[in-house]
Design a protein around this ligand. Structure first.
Ligand code: GLA
Length: 399
């Protein structure tokens, strides 16, 4: 009798042992992902060259760490069910690739799907979660993006929980990125399961509008920003809202790329570059490596910003930062340049969620322009400036 009880207890303890690896993403993850620029055209040479470029361009110095191969790295499962990379595209295997990436001081990420197949039709992890997690751990994977195609009839929370437990059981700390497009409100249940969760469908290389693919749409920067207002209270250190990977350098104008990047920083979004790091314009690199903008994203309070005011075509976004600082970003959504005269004293910033107030009639703040990298006065005076169409004025305020 005692023996049966003991076995039962061990079994129960075993099944309840699943948890997420804590503390892997205390600030939003930064890195690069292959999908936005290369889609299925991935191979080990590209990944190695990208890792090299991340170091050589200074992106590693700016904080980027993860090199993530998205869909289409897969070959077949072997007779025991273990997944292998495509032998023609990854002839040296994933372990060798991971070792190379690690030798540069970077981290290695991979992609799978909770369903039968990935979105591009490669083998999914359904029914093979523990086996795949073991394989990833053996390869030296540090980050898993887990998609949601071919999941008819699956319960989202349960499916992501299964993979979380499988990763934990495999024993290697792996950042778990939930890619379920916000369909089942993952911000409400994802906190103990993953480190970040996609909040929307896919981003497009587009500032304002959407691309219709028939069965689904991909979204412009403004649409993604607007689509999920009201979920900032669910984000914080180790559990982030993910508005999707960056399209900086993939074809929008420099103004639009700058506005896109600034807004992702205001949203405390994961910063996963999605362009070809081997061939970047000077402007693209300057945007991606603006350390003062990145510091807003990576601020250790981990507070997601919010829209504080709307002045015609201009949104005024605010994000409280460490040490009583505040980031303020004026975003011109319009098609024309916009002149602004902003009287700080008439525009207090009150963050009910973070319980912080910035009252400029009581405290004066110094203003720093994070793109011009210049101090531009204080909140004591009315701020007069013009913002080009689809661009920002991004400031850091210090009391
Ligand atoms: C989905 C995801 C994308 C990308 C593709 C790969 O659309 O949302 O980010 O991973 O699948 O097929």
């Amino acid at each position: 009798m005692k023996k049966t009880l003991l076995i039962l207890l061990i079994l129960c303890a075993g099944s309840a042992s699943g948890q997420k690896f804590e503390g892997l993403a205390l600030t939003p993850p930064m890195g690069w992902n292959s999908w936005n620029h290369f889609a299925c055209d991935v191979n080990e040479q590209l990944i190695r060259e990208t890792a090299d470029a991340m170091v050589a361009t200074g992106m590693k110095d700016a904080g980027y760490r993860y090199i993530v191969i998205d869909d289409c790295w897969h070959g077949e499962r072997d007779s025991l069910g273990f997944i292998h990379p495509h032998p023609g595209h990854f002839p040296s295997g994933m372990k060798a690739l991971a070792d190379y990436i690690h030798s540069l001081g970077l981290k290695f990420g991979i992609y799978s799907d909770a369903g039968w197949k990935t979105c591009a039709g490669r083998p999914g992890s359904r029914g093979r979660e523990y086996q795949d997690a073991m394989q990833y751990a053996a390869w030296g994977v540090d980050y898993l993006k887990y998609d949601w195609c071919y999941t008819e009839g699956l319960n989202a929370e349960g499916a992501y929980l299964t993979m979380r437990d499988a990763l934990y059981e495999a024993g290697r700390p792996i950042v778990f990125s939930l890619c379920e497009w916000g369909n089942h409100e993952p911000w409400k249940w994802g906190r103990d399961i993953g480190h970040l969760w996609r909040t929307t469908g896919d981003i497009a290389v587009l500032f304002d509008g959407y691309v219709d693919h028939g069965a689904w749409k991909s979204w412009g920067v403004l649409q993604i920003i607007d689509m999920r207002e009201g979920i900032r209270q669910y984000a914080g250190p180790d559990h982030w809202n993910d508005p999707d990977m960056l399209e900086v350098g993939n074809g929008m104008s420099v103004n639009e790329d700058r506005a896109h990047f600034s807004m992702w920083c205001m949203l405390a979004a994961p910063l996963m570059a999605g362009n070809d790091l081997r061939r970047m314009s000077r402007e693209t690199l300057e945007i991606l490596t603006n350390k003062e903008a990145i510091a807003v994203d990576q601020d250790s309070l981990g507070i997601q910003g919010f829209r504080a005011y709307v002045i015609d075509s201009v949104d005024v976004w605010a994000k409280p930062l460490m040490g009583g600082d505040l980031a303020v970003c004026f975003l011109n959504r319009g098609k024309k340049p916009k002149r602004i005269a902003f009287d700080w004293k008439k525009h207090p910033i009150v963050d009910d969620f973070a319980e912080k107030e910035f009252r400029f009639d009581q405290t004066e703040y110094r203003l720093r322009d994070l793109w011009k990298k210049k101090n531009i006065g204080t909140t004591g005076k009315v701020l007069r400036f013009e913002i080009p169409s689809h661009d920002v004025l991004m400031l850091r305020l210090t009391p």
